[in-house]
Design a protein around this ligand. Structure first.
Ligand code: COI
Length: 356
């Protein structure tokens, strides 16, 4: 049997493994069947055939450009199990195009779509027993990663690249309880005209310590303002900002138009569903002051799902925006949206938008 035949997905996925407590999952790292690897050299201009590596360990040169200069990009995607047992991977194409944008930002040769698709499908197929049962509040998280793996002292793009696809079963990032968010006032996530729209590690690590500080003060999430004027909303540190306004029977979803935010695949899907529900959506600059006018706020992201925001606090000017407002229909839009999206991802309704 050739390596390719060995890696070909089975006709029908095996059931979830029996030794995991699917509704009690946490974020601790566990072993799965392995990850997929493919390699690229500038000299060959080609990605190698994907290979299953049966552990998480990488054989990395200590002078790899990815380690020293941050030449790396990643993605976050999800796979769910439908009631039939079939596995749905959500919006591979949209994630591939965002990955390509991230690659271009840090001078990594983007993998062709077919190659990306093949690597992602193989990673899921080889780990199909780790796709949770269809009724568990969990999914298989898919983490594609590409980094400059060639050695270099000079600060030039790598001449070699490693593409990996890791997978891991996870619960929902924030659970079901509405979140208290706080505005990060003393640090900018991304410079104007900088790397904010790319999914690169450099947009995440500098936030860790602020996230931990916020957590110690009781906040679950950070919200970033635009770094040029500090008068507009950019995004949450893990997800897109989507505000909801209800007036005269019309519902409008509003999300910031900013060159410094990541193009959210979840928020894009939310806007498509909003249109389908007969709601309006606007992608435009959102002023800080406008936080007062929203009836609901959601944090939309792959890991976050469609999470509800209870409050947003700005410690500097001592303001707290509340989104509960004591109404009986609290989180009505969010709940409808989260349920519609999950029903598609979990194969409970027809996939009319061809997302899976
Ligand atoms: C994702 O939602 O996929 C992300 O990469 C965010 C990360 C903080 C888990």
């Amino acid at each position: 049997m050739s390596n390719n035949e060995a890696l070909r997905p089975p006709e029908f996925p095996p059931p979830p493994c029996a030794d995991l407590d699917w509704n009690g999952l946490d974020f601790s790292v566990r072993n799965v069947n392995g990850h997929i690897e493919s390699h690229y050299t500038v000299a060959s201009g080609r990605w190698t055939e994907p290979k299953l590596v049966k552990n998480r360990m990488l054989n990395v040169d200590g002078l790899a450009v990815g380690l020293h200069y941050g030449q790396q990009v990643f993605e976050g995607m999800k796979a769910y199990r439908a009631p039939s047992g079939q596995i749905n991977i959500f919006r591979v194409e949209s994630h591939a195009s965002r990955l390509n944008h991230s690659c271009e930002t840090v001078s990594i040769p983007p993998p062709p779509y077919e190659h990306f698709y093949q690597c992602v499908c193989l990673a899921v197929a080889e780990n199909a027993v780790y796709v949770p049962p269809h009724d568990a509040n969990a999914c298989l998280y898919i983490r594609p990663l590409i980094f400059g793996s060639g050695p270099q002292i000079n600060n030039l793009p790598s001449l070699e690249y490693t593409f990996c696809v890791f997978v891991h079963p996870i619960p929902s990032l924030y659970g079901l309880a509405p979140l208290d968010a706080v505005i990060l006032e003393h640090f900018d996530r991304a410079a104007p005209m900088g790397t904010g729209s790319a999914k690169v590690g450099g947009n995440y690590a500098p936030i860790f310590k602020w996230q931990q500080e916020a957590k110690s003060k009781g906040f679950g999430l950070l919200l970033h303002l635009d770094s040029k004027t500090r008068t507009a909303i950019d995004e949450f540190s893990t997800s897109s900002f989507v505000g909801v306004k209800n007036s005269d029977g019309a519902t409008t979803l509003i999300s910031p138009d900013s060159a410094s935010v990541m193009k959210g695949v979840t928020s894009k899907s939310v806007f498509t569903l909003a249109e389908h529900f007969g709601w309006n959506f606007e992608i435009r600059p959102v002023r800080y002051e406008e936080l007062e006018d929203f009836d609901e706020v959601m944090a939309c992201g792959t890991a976050a799902g469609v999470a509800s925001i209870k409050t947003i606090t700005c410690l500097g000017d001592n303001r707290k925006f509340q989104y509960e407002k004591g109404r009986k229909d609290d989180y009505k839009c969010r709940e409808r949206m989260a349920s519609a999206l999950q029903s598609i991802q979990r194969g409970l309704v027809p996939d009319d938008f061809e997302w899976c």
